[in-house]
Design a protein around this ligand. Structure first.
Ligand SMILES: Nc1nc2c(ncn2[C@@H]2O[C@H](COP(=O)(O)OP(=O)(O)OP(=O)(O)O)[C@@H](O)[C@H]2O)c(=O)[nH]1
Ligand SMILES: [Mg+2]
Length: 275
């Protein structure tokens, strides 16, 4: 990270870039410039009406936007392309939000990947908070609607209750101190994709990311975020069906960790015996 400005700085401004003795930096604000490139991955299924609102909130300094289309039957792709020349469109290979994000992450070329929703609930103006946490040292910047200064206009009492139970269970099983488990606004350094090793299809994807990030020992910062209501259309999430998938993910990952630890112990014992 390089802080822009200062009377003694000998900088040469390009459009959004700054050339310094250390290389090229993107000017993010009057006070901040970063060397990292930023990709925003947006899973979208029938969100044509919402995309104008979503894209309007994206900061000008984002390097790349990857829209992952879930075989939309409306004009999602055409609207997105018209709104954002240079947009990268990926047709997802399978079904579900998890599959869409995995495909989008694989296609993204930025050093930093930010994931946001296409329904208008996540505000692109908050991306700066996530990117700032990453360039300040975090590996994984995890959005939270329940951290201090955060909120939600959208979450129902039932979903909030379910999320609290699932978050508490995750914290107990994995030693984390998350305040929000199932939220679609997160960002991370692309170099950690291998550590996350994502392999799921549905809305359990955020849970899987949160658990795998903790298991991999990544430095995780929670970022207060304000979730707004979906602007148009209806949610694809089914509280019971998807809550059940999240619960299974939490329990299965625990077994996976125990199995991995046991296999490492067996390997170590065999190596000692062979020595
Ligand atoms: N490409 C793709 N995108 C999807 C799929 N399912 C959901 N999405 C997108 O993922 C984002 C979140 O989906 P929503 O239906 O809003 O679900 P949610 O935000 O978890 O739930 P709500 O709080 O009720 O809105 C939206 O941008 C959807 O368009 C899918 O199968 N494929
Ligand atoms: Mg939504």
């Amino acid at each position: 990270m390089w802080l822009a400005g200062g009377p003694d700085e000998d900088v040469c401004m390009t459009t959004y870039g700054i050339t310094t003795p250390h290389g090229e930096y993107t000017r993010v604000s009057d006070d901040l410039a970063i060397a990292a490139t930023v990709s925003v991955v947006v899973p979208a299924m029938n969100e044509a009406e919402n995309l104008p609102h979503v894209f309007a909130t994206l900061p000008h300094w984002v390097d790349e936007v990857v829209l992952v289309d879930g075989d939309s039957s409306d004009d999602t792709v055409a609207v997105a392309r018209a709104l954002r020349p240079g947009l990268r469109v990926v047709a997802q290979t399978g079904r579900g939000k998890g599959n869409a994000l995995i495909d989008g992450f694989a296609a993204a070329t930025g050093d930093i990947i930010v994931m946001i929703d296409a329904d208008g609930s996540t505000d692109g103006r908050e991306i700066i908070r996530f990117v700032s946490a990453l360039v300040a040292g975090a590996d994984f910047a995890k959005g939270s609607r329940f951290a201090s200064g955060a909120g939600s206009d959208d979450i129902s009492v039932i979903r909030s209750l379910g999320n609290t139970v699932l978050t508490t269970l995750t914290n107990l099983l994995y030693g984390t101190r998350y305040t929000d488990l199932c939220y679609g606004y997160n960002a991370f350094w692309a170099r950690h994709l291998d550590a996350l090793a994502l392999d799921c299809d549905g809305f359990e994807v955020e849970t899987l990311m949160n658990i795998r990030a903790a298991q991999a020992g990544l430095v995780i910062h929670e970022i207060p975020s304000h979730e707004r209501c979906r602007i148009h259309g209806t949610s694809n999430l089914h509280a019971v069906r998807d809550g059940w998938r999240v619960l299974k993910t939490i329990l299965r990952e625990r077994t996976r960790r125990t199995t991995a630890t046991a296999s490492r112990t067996v390997t170590a014992i065999s190596e000692r015996a062979a020595a």
